[in-house]
Design a protein around this ligand. Structure first.
Ligand code: SF4
Length: 216
């Protein structure tokens, strides 16, 4: 099959690409991640994805339009689903956005299927990502049937190719270190960055005890 693989970052893509190639598929990558914050982090992850793709010699597609990386628009999209009581409510929108764009590109370019390197991570909500992929594929098929995606080829909607890449977790870490691929310390968005460093902030705050503003 011809598969378009959504790539969230270089390290997460290493083993999914390898496995799909080993299965005999033709694989192309697509880097589309407007969730990544800040922009400097986005650029580092994109470089990492490019490095991995070039090691495998696979074709890559990049989202290069200005509106494809718009932090403000991304925050506006997820904020209605975010609350302190349910901070993870933002993630389904984040997956859906990236997978929808991947599915649409796959349809436009005549791929048989699409998948995502998000299915490699042991830290992600794996089952929900798989469900999001299936749902995106179903919606696209319905829209194509109803003629609502005029810009797409009428060849049919691509399938969502589910794979559990998690058993290759350690092999992917080892290879990313061996290849010197940038390894990110948090999932991607502003919220996940804050979560990642929350303990550091708490510890650091202790060092500042007593440094209060003096009232005049
Ligand atoms: S934690 Fe990760 S999946 Fe969830 S919204 Fe942030 S970047 Fe997206």
């Amino acid at each position: 099959m011809k598969i378009l693989l959504h790539i969230c970052c270089g390290p997460c893509a290493i083993m999914p690409i390898r496995r799909l190639l080993d299965e005999g598929h033709t694989v192309a990558g697509f880097f589309y991640n407007p969730n990544i914050h800040p922009l400097a982090e986005y650029l580092r992850r994109r470089e990492g994805a490019a490095e991995v793709a070039s090691r495998y010699g696979i074709e890559m597609h990049w989202a290069l339009d200005e509106k494809d990386y718009d932090s403000q628009a991304w925050l506006q999209m997820v904020l209605p689903a975010f609350s302190r009581e349910n901070p993870g409510g933002r993630c389904p929108l984040c997956w859906q956005q990236r997978l929808s764009k991947t599915a649409e590109l796959a349809a436009r370019l005549g791929f048989d299927a699409f998948s995502t390197s998000l299915l490699y991570s042991r830290r992600q909500r794996h089952e929900e990502i798989a469900e999001a992929g299936q749902s995106v594929a179903r919606n696209l098929e319905r829209n194509l049937d109803m003629g609502q995606q005029e810009n797409l080829k009428p060849a049919g909607a691509p399938l969502f190719l589910y794979r559990d890449f998690r058993p290759d977790w350690q092999a992917g870490i080892n290879l990313s270190k061996e290849w010197g691929i940038y390894r990110q310390p948090y999932c991607g968005c502003l919220f996940s960055e804050n979560d990642r460093y929350a303990n550091d902030l708490a510890k650091s705050n202790q060092n500042f005890t007593g440094h209060t503003l003096t009232e005049r």
